[in-house]
Design a protein around this ligand. Structure first.
Ligand SMILES: Nc1ncnc2c1ncn2[C@@H]1O[C@H](COP(=O)(O)OP(=O)(O)OP(=O)(O)O)[C@@H](O)[C@H]1O
Length: 307
């Protein structure tokens, strides 16, 4: 059974007297234990889709099953078993971190010892000990983000929805947060659905990625599959001394682009075949001084899909 199954999800918002379609027929499944990324340019509909998946807003059309239940009918039962951390955390500002977390834990039906234990665990997991008695309003943006993440694990959810989980965090805390997300899903075997604008984060965390563009599902697959499907090649830079014939490089099957600079050639090529050795052979009349190969990354996929 998939953790989440969406079939032809549509959503529009009314602004003044105009109806604007935001999501068009989104169909996808998210498997149990998977870390699933929703990526796309600003305004593509990521947060709206995440809000629908986490039952915060209702779609206009389509069907949605979360943890085997109908998300439009069994909302309450689903909400007990999921949690969400918003990229824009908003908690009662005059309560302390601990009071806020206790309050949230109570809303999830925790009480007594298990409530205190869950709150303590969440505080230590996100290193909020020094701030635990500080009022929410006095926290930095990154600390507020960590309160939101701490809140999201209080009920030991089966699906964790994370909207921009590391935005506003400094690089060290962002890295710690990613490690913690990994630890949580590895130890608890939960499903994580996240949005991010930071491609190395998506590459590091996500098993599969859905790429949204203008409300439509533009691509879906593992980072590797997306790179292959888009034929985003490796970049190779070869420094050499001597004479080469650039035409020999251009006609090699799998070579997509050749740029000649003095004593240096830059090429984009498909790494799947025997292209690499054929490229090297084309330099047989020269001395190769240096070779640098860069693999394509998700940033390249993003730029290609967002075009
Ligand atoms: N409650 C709302 N009422 C009207 N329009 C809305 C509402 N919520 C979102 N929108 C519009 O829906 C579109 C998609 O917004 P959404 O926040 O889902 O995009 P996003 O991909 O998450 O963007 P970003 O990367 O900037 O966070 C935008 O044009 C936004 O203005």
């Amino acid at each position: 059974m998939p953790a989440l199954r969406a079939e032809k999800i549509c959503k529009s918002f009314r602004r003044l007297f105009k109806e604007k379609m935001i999501l068009f027929d989104i169909s996808l499944s998210i498997e149990e234990g998977e870390v699933f990324g929703i990526l796309g340019p600003n305004g593509a509909g990521k947060t709206t889709l995440m809000s629908i998946f986490s039952t915060l807003i209702r779609p206009d059309g389509g069907s949605l099953e979360v943890l085997g239940r109908d998300a439009l009918r069994d909302t309450h039962a689903i909400r007990e078993r999921i949690n969400i951390s918003s990229g824009n955390p908003n908690f009662p500002w005059s309560l302390t971190v601990r009071e806020n977390l206790r309050h949230s834990a109570m809303l999830y039906g925790l009480y007594g010892r298990s409530l205190y234990r869950s709150v303590d665990d969440a505080i230590s997991a996100f290193e909020l000990g020094p701030q635990s008695d500080a009022k929410f309003e006095t926290l930095s943006t990154g600390q507020k983000q960590r309160v939101s993440l701490a809140k999201s694990i209080l009920n030991r959810p089966q699906i964790l929805f994370l909207d921009e989980p590391t935005s506003g965090l400094d690089p060290e805390m962002a890295m710690k947060t990613r490690d913690l997300i990994k630890k949580i899903y590895q130890e608890e075997e939960i499903t994580v659905v996240l949005t991010t604008h930071y491609m190395p984060e998506a590459e590091e965390l996500c098993d599969r990625i859905a790429f949204l563009r203008e409300g439509r599902l533009a691509a879906l697959g593992t980072p590797k599959e997306l790179k292959r499907a888009l034929q985003i090649g490796h970049r190779i830079t070869i420094e050499y001394q001597g004479v080469i014939d650039p035409v020999r490089l251009r006609i090699i099957p799998g070579v997509m682009e050749v740029r000649e600079l003095s004593g240096r050639v830059e090429m984009i090529f498909d790494h799947s075949g025997r292209t690499f050795s054929t490229i090297i052979k084309a330099f047989d009349g020269a001395d190769i001084l240096d070779i640098e190969i860069e693999q394509p990354d998700l940033e390249d996929v993003f730029l290609e899909l967002a075009r």
